[in-house]
Design a protein around this ligand. Sequence first.
Ligand code: GLC
Length: 452
Amino acid sequence: MAAITQFPAAFEICKPFMLTDQQMQEIVVRLNKEINMGLGRDTHARAVVKCYITHVHDLPSGNERGRFLALDLGGTNFRVLLVTLSSDSDVDILSKSYVMDKSLLVGPGRALFDFIAECLSNFCKEQNIDKEEMPLGFTFSFPVQQIGLDKGILTSWTKGFKCEGVIGKNVVELLQHAIERRGDVKIKIVAILNDTTGTLVSCAYKQRNCRIGLIVGTGSNACYMERTGNTEMYEGYQTSNKPNMIVNTEWGAFGDNGVLDFVRTSYDKRIDQESINPHKQTFEKCISGMYMGELVRLIIVDLMEQGAIFKNLKSQSIYEKWRFETSFISEIESDEPGHHRNCANILDQLGIRGATDNDMQCVQAICETISTRSAKLVSCGLVCLINKMNAKDCAIGIDGGVYRFHPKYHDLLVDNMTKLLRGSAKFELLLSEDGSGRGAALIASVAASRKK
Ligand code: GLC
């Protein structure tokens, strides 16, 4: 792979994205401080990394049994799943994805929940479970202040969602009401959870030492096992006999108060201004799939304007906002060394024909710069959590398209985390299979048995 240094104009633009070891160590320190603020009773209100308590104390025992519905909402698709837990190793999942029209993401909340209820009802009818009482675990991947396992108040929308009338409301109730308005299925929402929580719980089902759940997809976030005594926002934090509680950090918001400005680039600021949630989700905007492609696009456009790439070639599409998808980065970086088959295909899709090998090497090097920075930032986050838990040997369950499809992301995380940890802890990164669905069913099973 060509080094970015071979392309002076691109190198000039990309330099500020290249995090030094010292900057990374500083990020770890700053995140730790923000997390402590989120956990603390006196500091929580003004904290930006909210560290929401989840009311999930226990990792699965392996004895969970039963049939549960799960709902996974958090990206542009949402899924309904029927999960059957029948033995500690046997989980049967039947699922269906539904595409949501973009207008639903920014329209009235009631339309969103009515649409979800309609899909749920269709799914139950197809599976012949519409007459059965079905407990449902709701994976709702947005910042939620959880009042209990089955009660959660949306505090803000992220990732391109902006539905009116939902912030400040209990989303479980909004969905339950939508289901009841239809009245054609007997679904009871028993638990609400974040996708990171689902990922951690479902990974822990297989790997007992799993302590962190991570998502690097459309958005980015992580949850971890905190000592209950430190979760000061939990009423019973001093008296609970449960030693641990999963905390949903909502680390995407890290930096919203300016503490990451020392590493943000002018491109990050532009992305932020173009987004539907300016000044929010600063860390996420440097990391996740919703934004990585756009960063690459902005850099390419600037180089074109300087005449440093694609000389004499024209493309309308490259000037369209959000047109360069993050999946392109994974594809371009998957090209065999010395070949540019994927890159040429993608440029072709963008209407750029006749790019030179040099141009394509440059595009590849830009992609590498953006994905490497993303992985470095996530590494800082994970190392911060490992240090915080004082974990000596822990597994991390991971989901999300960026981690799943990028050819080098896993190795980038391993290398950077190893460097930052300097031998102080061992860790293992595990791809989670269907964490949101399986995790939702496991938590629904805990909730259902608590109710009994
Ligand atoms: C966003 C959401 C968060 C979620 C993450 C990954 O950061 O706010 O709740 O976990 O995306 O989907």
